[in-house]
Write a protein that binds this ligand. Structure first.
Ligand code: 5GP
Ligand code: MG
Length: 499
């Protein structure tokens, strides 16, 4: 039983779902993925791999690329990190010739049969090959999937992303002046897509702009990436973000843009991209991520000052905010935790005890920094509270005299339907508890969260964000949120080759 009254082993619901949902972040299904695409770039496959490596933080369970030589599309997909995928498939990757391609990094469920869910997904339709890579979560996926199946579609993956391909292949959509526009109009929820079709690279962002996507220039060609850090990695220059509701086509005739839906006045950019997902060296939704997190940390210090001796951020996600907190208070910032970089990979551990061990292996304490001191621990977010609870205990064991926890975002109270896998309400520490109660459970002397007002005040365009995980008010109503495992296969496929 965890401190919050649910077991790590089988959360509410139990059964097979419960088993598969067991554990912490790393073995839960994820939809926050990373996208990278290239057009008119020599040696597309190599550039794609470099770009994907810079997006590895957005998904470490599977990676893939699809490259077109103008006629034939070849794809390589594998479980694991981009570097592992590249190493294991060196010969196949060397054979990928072409100047157009898309790539994807993914967080997904565990298990060997999952390779079928690794993207890009490529299929051959009457009008040629379509390859697709998706970041986000469709909220009407269950309904659309059932409709496609009623019309005879045979799904090959357990992803919601495949739905778009079935629509693009269906006569109902093929008949329309723009099948892609017609299909996109039916999708609800969050989607940034990269599509590869014939001699075109197509980038799409949903009408609310939940997930990021940006355009860069590389030599005479173009690249598209989830985050600008990947543009820099390949030497591309940032041009602009794809607009909410925009379809950008890059083809032999140049760039053409089209909208499939008016961008909503109250847009829905995910504020958690700024808080946690994005890499600090990215510029995203018009903000520099590191600088913004530093400002969150400063404001957190103004809202919840504390007498202490040292500020210790939890690496890596709490570092920028910790710097801000220290700057604002004038307290020294120190390395209280050292991250073991070799434990970065997902641990698939059979028991909760082993998973806990794995998580504890990741962060070690520098006892000399904390012994006999009053410590402020800064982290970016508190979701279930298990991470920080372990850290507080470790700090006390290492001799900290007081432990004050400061969280650089508001209390997460509501689930996310738009691509962050926040657990059900019962698993969210703050869903029904006041900060004082949480402080007691995690064993902290005090606990302070950045207020929603404070968070919004630091954003240059606060009205353009979704803050549904804090407020329960979402930019788009969710009618039929598909249960997370609605699409788990009834047929267990054997593991395929890495292609
Ligand atoms: P908790 O232990 O409270 O459930 O999780 C909070 C910690 O997990 C924070 O350190 C935060 O950086 C991290 N975190 C927040 N959201 C996510 C997520 O979606 N995926 C992963 N891997 N970590 C997350
Ligand atoms: Mg963290």
């Amino acid at each position: 039983m965890s401190a919050f009254g649910y077991t790590d082993e089988s959360p509410a619901g139990g059964g097979e779902d419960g088993q598969r949902r067991a554990g912490h972040w790393n073995d839960r299904p994820r939809h926050h993925c990373g996208l990278f695409g290239v057009y008119g770039v020599p040696d597309a496959a190599r550039v794609l791999l470099r770009g994907l490596m810079a997006l590895q933080h957005r998904g470490e369970e599977g990676a893939g690329v699809a490259v077109s030589d103008g006629r034939v599309v070849r794809a390589v997909r594998a479980m694991g990190l981009v570097a592992e995928m590249a190493e294991r498939n060196a010969a196949e990757l060397a054979a990928l010739r072409g100047r157009i391609g898309i790539g994807h990094v993914r967080y997904s469920t565990t298990g060997a049969s999952d390779l079928r869910n690794v993207q890009p997904i490529a299929v051959e339709c009457r009008d040629g090959v379509w390859a697709i890579a998706h970041n986000g979560n469709l909220t009407n996926a269950a309904e659309l999937r059932a409709r496609c199946q009623a019309l005879g579609a045979i799904f090959q993956t357990g992803t919601d992303s495949e739905i778009l391909l079935h629509m693009l292949a269906h006569p109902r959509f093929v008949r329309r002046p723009s099948p892609l526009v017609a299909a996109l109009k039916t999708l609800r929820g969050a989607f940034s897509f990269l599509l590869l079709h014939r001699d075109e690279l197509i980038a799409v962002r949903d009408r609310y702009g939940f997930r990021p996507l940006c355009l860069g220039r590389l030599g005479g060609g173009h690249v598209i990436a989830s985050e600008s850090c990947a543009l820099h990695q390949v030497g591309a220059e940032f041009v602009r973000e794809i607009e909410p509701g925009e379809i950008l086509r890059i083809g032999p005739g140049g760039l053409t843009r089209e909208t499939f839906a008016a961008a909503r006045a109250r847009a829905g950019q995910c504020v958690f991209e700024h808080i946690y997902f994005a890499r600090p060296d990215s510029r995203l939704f018009g903000e520099g991520v590191h600088e913004l997190r530093v400002r969150f940390g400063r404001r957190l210090a103004q809202e919840h000052p504390v007498r202490a001796d040292v500020v210790i951020p939890i690496p890596d996600s709490g570092v920028s905010a910790g710097i801000g907190f220290a700057r604002e208070t004038g307290l020294p910032l120190d390395f209280g935790f050292i991250r073991n970089h070799y434990i970065g990979r997902t641990f698939i551990q059979p028991s909760s005890a082993e998973r806990t061990d794995a998580a504890d292996l990741k962060l070690a304490i520098v006892a000399d920094v904390v012994r006999g001191r009053r410590v402020v621990v800064v982290d970016d977010s508190l979701v279930r509270g298990t991470t920080v609870r372990r850290r507080v205990r470790a700090l006390r064991e290492a001799g900290a005299t007081e432990v004050h926890v400061r969280i650089a975002s508001p209390p997460v109270r509501w689930p996310c339907h738009f691509g962050i896998d926040f657990p059900t309400r019962s698993e969210l520490a703050a869903a029904t508890r006041a900060p004082d109660e949480i402080a007691e459970i995690i064993g902290a002397d005090t606990l302070g969260y950045l207020s929603l007002h404070g968070l919004r005040a630091e954003l240059s365009q606060p009205y353009r964000y979704c803050t549904g995980c804090f407020t329960g008010r979402y930019p788009e109503p969710v009618r039929s949120a598909a249960p997370k495992f609605a699409f788990e296969p009834l047929l267990e496929a054997a593991t395929e080759a890495h292609r």
